[in-house]
Ligand binder design. Structure first.
Ligand SMILES: [Zn+2]
Length: 62
């Protein structure tokens, strides 16, 4: 399990828990590293999709 440092949106305290242990408020990851990962996966998936269609096109052509 990967521990990400989160920040409480209510009191601003940093925690590794999914709920703030200080005030019980919601927490979020302060730096959105999630977006870069999604972009990387999206790029990879687009590439896979393109390869899939290219293979289909070639198999259909013969
Ligand atoms: Zn809090």
């Amino acid at each position: 399990m990967k521990f990400l440092l989160r920040k409480c949106i209510v009191c601003g305290e940093y925690t590794f828990k999914e709920v703030c242990p200080y005030c019980g408020g919601n927490v979020r990851i302060p730096h959105p590293s999630r977006f870069s990962i999604e972009d990387r996966v999206g790029k990879w998936r687009r590439q896979q999709k393109r390869e899939f269609y290219m293979k289909r096109e070639t198999s259909r052509g013969t």
